[in-house]
Design a binder for this molecule. Sequence first.
Ligand code: SF4
Ligand code: SF4
Length: 380
Amino acid sequence: MNYDVSIARCESYDPQAVKNALIAALEPINGLDWVTPGMKIAVKANLMMQVKPEKAASVHPQVAVALCELLVERGANVVVGDSPGGPFAAGYLASIYSSTGMRAVTQTGAALNEDFSYIEVSNPDSVAAKEFQITNYLVEADAIIDLCKLKTHGLMAFTGACKNLFGAIPGMRKSEYHYRYPTHELFSNMLVDVCEWCKPRLSIADGVLAMEGNGPSGGTPRLMGAIMASYNPHALDLAAAHLMNMGIDDVPTLRAAYERGLIPQDVSELNAIGDLESFVIPDFKLTPKHDVKLWGSKNPAIAKVLSMLFASSPRIDLNRCVGCGECKTVCPAHAITVNDRRAKIDTAKCIRCFCCQEFCPKGIIRVHRPLPARLIDKMS
Ligand code: SF4
Ligand code: SF4
């Protein structure tokens, strides 16, 4: 298993600074030596939603531009794409390419994905997701580069390289997966299954401006100053989560990857290239914890009581709600209604997937941790 993770400092999105840092991160691991002329490379960028680059919810276009320039210089045919939470369709993606600034990659000779087909996949070797759908532009590529953003995440605590590949699943189909994989353990194993099926040839993280607090969309940009690269997406995530003071006990996808032998238990066992410790942000703000084991109790009556007492749930700041209905659209449990420009959650129907928190364009849905759970957190 390759545990090399390279990190380079980049304090801004100045084009030359980004390109220099990307080269500095890639060179020690010979990051692009495998790229040959004519190779079809799909760059799976985290584009998240219709959001400006300065919000730090999506990969900054300058990082994608620098990567595409390096790939095109080597003669590769590059397509950049994503399938965020809305429909996987031309109109929706066109607006996301524009709002995230990602159209800039076309000036390098790369293309934006315009293929909105997908295929069904069976994988008996998966731990959780034996069957799933994958967007075709990734399937048809000779190699996938996983270009992720470093952020907190309401459901999974942290999103980096592994979680980014959930965007390989087409559009609204992703909502169904919260029902198919209803516990953190199953959901995180599904994410690792999809990541392992995609087998990104290389993973790169935009951690120049990371997101802290109410991530992955409603949090606050925080200067981390890092561009990271690794052949192992889980090793990259272990190192990146460390910069936010998290480890395998805090991030379910890291736990799942560790249990499969894809990463070591501790960040100190990685082969970090660059001064990883100098990038750690001691007061990085996280989303509230979830108590995974209590929420996942097999006895329905006990689970219900325990979840009322201990499980985190979404809370809307109604004074700031504009009634756009995005939360209602993405809610797989149909637990949200919108009346008089105010959204309301039916807590009895809510399955606590936090899709609403993830996709609210105003960032006004928060992860609420009940008092008993917060008290236990303080004691532990
Ligand atoms: S997505 Fe956010 S702003 Fe829009 S209706 Fe829901 S809570 Fe309100
Ligand atoms: S209300 Fe939010 S957290 Fe609850 S099921 Fe709907 S999208 Fe998921």
